[in-house]
Design a protein around this ligand. Structure first.
Ligand code: BG6
Length: 299
């Protein structure tokens, strides 16, 4: 069997002979499913809107050009939370497969899918709020037990712009009470639950026992791991990105999110979000920036 790719009704589905598969919604270029070894690795709310009426609650929404609520008096200040990339209709640019790509392990195949979004393709509203000329290419590569997602940002205009970017990955976990996050030990972080104060994580692993919304910046280690029942289940490896957000809404926040279902779904998810969100990336006319992640499943 060969790797296969189907583009249909606003989505692209790719699979490998190994059974690994990925599904991307053109709305937001949101990865909504990634399966390996018969297991769904991503969490997707059962009430997620997949019709383009709202950013997808789950999967991998792409955050650009601002993370969180935009600061006042900044070039992004008229944009909605997390920017416009996750609520824009992207273009599918095509696929290529290889037997020796960077993600191929022991001769296994990989499939690379490219998606594009440029200034001309965003809504009038978004263009009015952020009037820069840019082009994004988002590359999703599926390999055996791994998924790579890379965002390439290009300044096509004659004005320098500032941006932030983040890949807001919702991972599925079996039981949050038996889940820890490793690789962030001794790292300072901004705690958005505690009024954005700065703290340093003293333990090597982070247990999730309540609402967590932490921004770790300038992380020394490249890999953040999700450990379930004492075994690393997922490794998230940053590529040219220094920051990682860890988010779990827990009971009250999940209750307040209309598109978060089931309501106790917080027990089965954890967001590990790689990005460049500490300060701003400056992009001069003609320049490009590329950053992303490789996610590996050990299950
Ligand atoms: C996280 C932020 O990245 O995204 C949280 O750190 C935020 O503060 C969460 O609540 C979800 O955001 P949204 O806009 O998808 O509800």
């Amino acid at each position: 069997p060969q790797p296969s790719v189907h583009a249909e009704q606003g989505r692209v589905i790719a699979s490998l002979p190994t059974g690994d598969s990925v599904e991307i919604l053109l709305y937001g270029a949101t990865v909504t499913s990634w399966k390996s070894n018969g297991r769904q690795n991503l969490w997707l709310s059962s009430a997620a809107k997949l019709d383009g009426s709202k950013a997808v609650r789950g999967g991998i929404p792409v955050v650009f050009p601002v993370f969180g609520p935009p600061p006042k008096g900044h070039a992004t200040s008229a944009l909605p939370q997390h920017g416009f990339a996750r609520t824009s209709h992207w273009e599918y640019l095509g696929s290529s497969s290889s037997e020796s790509g960077a993600l191929a392990k022991g001769g296994d195949d990989s499939i690379k899918l490219d998606f594009g979004l440029s200034a001309a393709q965003i809504s009038d509203e978004a263009r009015k709020a952020w009037g820069y000329d840019f082009a994004l290419v988002y590359t999703v590569t599926l390999g055996k037990d791994r998924l790579q997602t890379m965002l390439n940002v290009q300044n096509k205009g004659d004005k320098t712009f500032d941006f932030q970017m983040l890949l807001h990955t919702y991972f599925q976990v079996k039981d949050i009470s038996k889940t820890t996050v490793n690789g962030l030990g001794s790292q300072p972080y901004v705690d958005k639950v505690l009024n954005a104060t700065t703290h340093t994580q003293t333990t090597p692993s982070l247990s999730i026992t309540g609402e967590v919304d932490r921004v770790y910046a300038q992380i020394r280690q490249d890999t953040t791991s999700i450990v379930e029942d004492g075994k690393p289940s997922i490794d998230v490896v940053r590529d040219n990105l220094d920051d990682t957000v860890v988010w779990n809404p827990w009971i009250e926040k999940a209750n307040g999110l209309g598109d978060f279902e089931p309501k106790d779904g917080y027990k089965n998810m954890i967001c590990i979000e790689v990005g460049a969100v500490d300060g701003w990336q400056k992009l001069e006319p003609g320049e490009t920036f590329e950053g992303g992640q490789i996610v590996k499943s050990n299950l």
